[in-house]
Design a protein around this ligand. Structure first.
Ligand code: EPZ
Length: 452
């Protein structure tokens, strides 16, 4: 961690104002990989300036894709005319920096017949294996060789469509199958697929490129392989994780924040929980301009309406459930709710470690190995602290905090903003992995923060 990688946060001021979210991190990075499959340039709008985008851009450029800025702020153009093999040493510069490189497998096998994937990075929120990815790739006919430097993949007989059922609706493994199946020979049927809005948006992109993909009921996706794909022009769905993070910050600090660009449809489950704990929101729909705000961009305004927040029970789940990435920011607001709130984390086995820091600040959170408040999940009998009981309301006080991962990091930031006194939050640069210009946004919302 660099010595200046710290933020002094003077807490106790409600966040107030308006900020804007751009394209979803967890779609944009995949859309960039999809551009590799085309035989013509692709254009992507609303790309946030975040670390994950830089990593994928670097990997694309190493493989001969020309990436340039388009005419609009946040527009990127990808020209895959000269896709070529990159050296393992150069690729390894990106080792440990993101999980997206694993999604290069299918597109590189189609374009070059070979793929090298460095060690993956990403947040440490559980073991995060890639067994589903590798199993699926082998079903398509890929040969995977694991070496100390990374994974080497080849497809000696090409890639052929297959029938595959995921043991769990993994987002990444579903994307892996989509990005591979679109140009594999024949039909692929994927069962128990993830159907997150980011996946549906990726399907829209692939369809624009010429793919034939049908989403059936009950998590079944059918892909008819095609021999070639062209480029795409796409404006991605907005970042619903970032939007919910700012919503939780508004609630925890008793503030009022309008998140321009946020969309109701992708956030329905979050909005229901937000309202049931006592938060207020208003959809500021651009199609129904409000008096005095003609033609203004729409979004969602989130605020604390006064009085006490109410405890709640929630369980994280795959879409359309409550997203695991919404959990950590919202828990900070739950420390301010009267009564006992229960959170059952069913997506990642180790995503509650950050609650220790909140306890240090005065919260009362107890974690349990049992599946609390919901149906038993995969982690029930496996000794993981994956349920939490939050007793509130608790007065939070300032502390020195070290950010463990991206979403937990944002929750630390919210806690520091809600607490009385000056906290020092170390490792804040990690937040740049997924939140564009977060320091400028904090300033726009009236937060008192500075790099000491
Ligand atoms: C994506 O991760 C997101 N990352 C995560 O966001 C998000 O939390 C997650 O989906 C769930 O919504 C990106 O899109 C870059 P998974 P991904 O495969 O695809 C297990 C953030 O902060 N699993 O759906 O890696 C896995 O261990 C990040 O923005 C296997 O066992 O998630 C986990 O328990 C954090 N084997 C569960 O499935 C596999 O081969 C869900 O993981 C793959 C996954």
């Amino acid at each position: 961690m660099a010595t200046n990688d710290v933020l002094a946060v003077h807490g106790g001021t409600p966040l107030q104002g308006r900020i804007r979210v751009r394209g979803a991190k967890n779609l944009v990075s995949k859309a960039m990989v999809a551009a590799l499959l085309g035989d013509a340039p692709s254009r992507l709008f609303d790309v946030p300036r975040i670390r994950d985008v830089e990593v994928v851009r670097g990997l694309l450029e190493l493989h001969g894709v020309r990436v340039s800025d388009g005419g609009e702020d946040g527009e990127l153009v990808f020209d895959p005319a000269n896709v070529e093999r990159a050296s393992t040493d150069e690729i390894n510069v990106h080792a440990g920096s993101s999980r997206i490189p694993i999604l290069f497998c299918g597109p590189l096998l189609h374009r070059l017949g070979h793929a090298f994937i460095p060690d993956l990075g990403g947040c440490h929120i559980g073991p995060r294996p890639i067994d589903f990815h590798l199993q699926a790739l082998r079903e398509f006919g890929a040969v995977v060789e694991k070496t100390p430097e990374g994974l080497h993949l080849t497809a000696p007989n090409g890639l052929r469509g297959t029938k595959f059922e995921l043991p769990y609706p993994s987002v990444g493994a579903t994307e892996q199958v989509l990005l591979t199946a679109v140009m594999a020979e024949g039909v692929t049927e994927l069962r128990n697929a993830a159907v997150e809005p980011e996946i549906v948006d990726l399907i829209c992109i692939l369809q624009k490129m010429g793919a034939i993909i049908t989403v059936h009921t009950d998590r079944v996706i059918e892909i008819q392989g095609v021999p070639r794909l062209s480029g795409y022009t796409h404006r991605p769905i907005p970042d619903r994780i970032e939007a919910a993070s700012w919503a939780a910050a508004a609630l925890a600090t008793r503030g009022d924040v309008e998140v321009l660009g946020a969309e109701q449809g992708d956030m329905m489950t979050f909005l229901n929980v937000f309202r049931s704990v006592g938060g207020a929101y208003e959809i500021t729909d651009p199609r129904a301009p409000r008096a005095g705000h003609p033609g203004q961009e729409g979004g969602i305004r989130f605020w604390h309406p006064g009085g006490e927040l109410k405890a709640t029970a929630l369980e994280t789940d795959v879409h359309p459930g409550f997203m695991t990435d919404w959990q950590q920011p919202l828990v900070v607001a739950l420390t301010q709710a009267r009564g006992l709130s229960i959170v059952h984390e069913t997506v990642y086995e180790q995503r509650l470690g950050y609650t220790e820091a909140l306890n240090k600040m005065g919260a009362t959170i107890q974690v349990y190995r049992d599946c609390l408040g919901g149906t038993p999940c995969r982690f029930g009998r496996r000794n993981f602290n994956h349920s939490a009981v939050i007793a509130g309301p608790s007065k939070l006080h300032a502390a020195d905090l070290v950010i463990p991962d991206l979403r937990a990091g944002f929750s630390h930031l919210i806690a520091a903003l809600a607490a009385e006194g000056t906290s020092r939050v170390y490792g804040v640069d990690l937040i740049n992995r997924g939140y564009e210009d977060f320091e400028a946004k904090l300033a726009a919302l009236g937060a008192h923060v500075e790099r000491p």
